[in-house]
Design a protein around this ligand. Structure first.
Ligand SMILES: [Fe+2]
Length: 569
């Protein structure tokens, strides 16, 4: 049995046990009927205010259709209030009209804080269907940025079959249908990095905006979530847990990530693949924390002052390396400019290697020596597929080349760069002083996931329990299933498949295929779901859920090496 923890909502179920189908969840499609489009009285509601200062107007028209449906239009809106909130606010009017299905067409304008030019105003259109019913009903919608649908075309489609209006619009716009009661399939968005690339599932930045996909097309994540955020991610509309792959190049040194430390960001990695050419023995590497052996040497020499003394030694080694690095980067930039290459973009590995091999041998030797001096201070943890790394704020870390991981992290974009074995493109300086001052002066302890449940029907383990979110790993053998339930509020789920094949099933029979590298956002209000393994190798997936109320804790760092090594995260 599972421990009694209010944060856990799932159970493994017996193989082959039939799943309860709730017929009340399915939308009934009544036969087509003749529509009388009648202009009716304006709904009683306050004019919504807009944070962006754009003025809003009451509905410009409302039309009644089949199946007790009603189509409303509102124009001149900003980003707020969301269509879902507007519809809720119309409840007394909708009751009066006897409306079971309400469609709200809105014309909106907003700015995109993540864009390169955040002042640009973007026009977009939303069409949202609220199927009113028990427990808040079901919201479905489509959002068009750039190209929008004509009102007359929408009216015609509504008159033909109101309950197909959202699908019709999504097909026309090649946009995703978003529903409060369907998992949102997250598309991967690749972002090039000097050391390789990242694959973003929930990233929203100028460098790339993740997208939601359905059969009809894709929609940028902030627009998909913006139509009715409350049932999807909760009232506070917190930024999503950041889900992305880190895919370093297989080349040693060139494929190593920044040596960095975070002030606020909590990160966890789960290893997906280890490049067999980079690591023929199948074990990759993470540099993290201080080297335990070296720490013992410092402790022998300096007693309880070992952490500060070791940090001083590390800082001196990094500063020594930085001098050589600057010299090399200057020469490489010069060579790139001579070839007419852009020095502000990541360089292809082959070109980098060619240019590097043309540098004086003596300089390359000095670089290698200085780098290995820094590395002698750093802990080295081996990583195999399935291994987990847990990196709270303060842990110095650098994922090494050829190790592909999936990362869950708090959605903040801060970091302090202690060192990088190539030119840093995003900032002109390293943050050596601050990074060394902030870093936890201790060896890194590989985490031990906590087994929550284990039987012949599968295994559920908690891999991290961070203040802002938790991540569980679920392993199911063929034909086994896990039944779960989302908990409302802000408790959406992010699912990411690491191995095997499976299906995500909803009570109304809706099925979503699962295979490695697929990611879903399961809406907070979705309710019951079931995940079933359908391949011989079973199914393994990760499931992240935000905490209801994030908190922070300070730890005592005045410890001996053994005390540190005995500690668990
Ligand atoms: Fe990091």
């Amino acid at each position: 049995m599972l421990p009694r923890n209010p944060c856990i909502s799932h159970r493994l179920i017996l193989r082959g046990r039939p799943f309860r189908i709730d017929p009340s969840k399915s939308i009934s499609h009544a036969p087509l009927s003749i529509i009388t489009a009648t202009r009716i009285g304006e709904p009683r509601m306050a004019s919504p205010s807009s944070k962006s200062g754009l003025s809003a107007s009451p509905p410009t028209f409302s039309v009644k259709g089949a199946h007790n449906s009603l189509l409303l239009e509102m124009t001149g809106l900003g980003q707020q209030p969301a269509s879902g909130r507007l519809l809720r606010g119309l409840t007394p009017y909708l009751d009066e009209q006897g409306a079971a299905h309400v469609f709200l067409l809105t014309e909106r304008k907003r700015r995109e804080p993540w864009a390169e030019d955040p002042k640009t105003v973007v026009a977009y259109q939303e069409l949202v269907h609220w199927e009113r019913g028990k427990a808040g009903g079901i919201y479905r919608g489509v959002c068009a940025k750039g190209n929008s649908l004509k009102r007359n075309d929408i009216l015609q489609a509504f008159e033909y079959e109101p309950l197909d209006l959202i699908e019709w619009a999504a097909r026309r716009l090649e946009a995703a249908v978003v529903s409060s009661h369907t998992p949102l399939s997250l598309d991967i968005q690749y972002v090039e990095k000097p050391w390789g690339r990242e694959g973003w599932y929930t990233g929203i930045e100028a460098r790339g905006v993740s997208r939601v996909r359905s059969a009809s097309g894709t929609t940028e994540l902030p627009y998909a979530l913006g139509m009715f955020p409350v049932p999807l991610i909760g009232e506070r509309e917190d930024p999503l847990i950041l889900l992305k792959t880190l895919e370093p190049l297989p080349e040693p040194v060139y494929g190593d990530l920044y040596l960095e430390v975070h002030r606020e960001k909590w990160e966890t990695y789960v290893v997906l693949d280890v490049d067999p050419e980079a690591w023929p023995e199948g074990q990759g590497c993470l540099r993290a924390g201080l080297d335990a052996e070296k720490a013992r040497e410092f402790e022998k020499e300096f007693g309880r002052d070992w952490p500060d003394k070791m940090a001083e030694g590390l800082k001196a080694a990094i500063l020594g390396y930085e001098t050589i690095r600057r010299e090399i980067d200057g020469l490489l930039d010069q060579a790139l400019e001579e070839r007419g290459e852009d020095t502000t973009r990541p360089v292809a590995p082959e070109l980098h290697m060619t240019l590097l091999s043309a540098l004086p041998e003596n300089l390359r030797d000095r670089e290698a020596q200085a780098r290995s001096e820094v590395e002698s201070f750093l802990g080295r943890t081996t990583l195999r597929p399935g291994d987990v790394a847990v990196l709270p704020p303060g842990v110095l870390h650098s994922l090494q080349h050829g190790v592909r991981v999936i990362e869950f992290q708090t959605p903040t974009y801060e970091r302090l760069i202690a060192m990088f074995a190539q030119k840093v493109l995003t900032q002109p300086h390293w943050d050596v002083d601050e990074a060394v001052a902030l870093m936890e002066k201790a060896p890194y302890i590989p985490p031990q996931p906590q087994v929550l449940e284990e039987s012949g029907e599968g295994r559920v383990e908690r891999i991290v329990d961070f203040p802002q979110f938790q991540v569980d790993r679920v392993q199911l053998p063929l034909n086994s299933a896990l039944a779960g339930r989302t908990e409302g509020q802000n408790r959406y789920l992010l699912l990411f498949v690491t191995k095997g094949k499976g299906e995500l099933l909803l009570p109304d029979g809706e099925t979503h295929f699962l295979e490695p590298d697929m990611a879903y956002l399961v809406p907070a209000c979705l309710g019951d779901y079931r995940v079933e393994a359908i391949s011989a190798q079973g199914l393994t997936f990760l499931r992240a859920v935000p905490a209801l109320s994030p908190f922070g804790e300070q730890e005592d760092t005045s410890m001996t090496v053994d005390e540190v090594l005995e500690r668990t995260w």
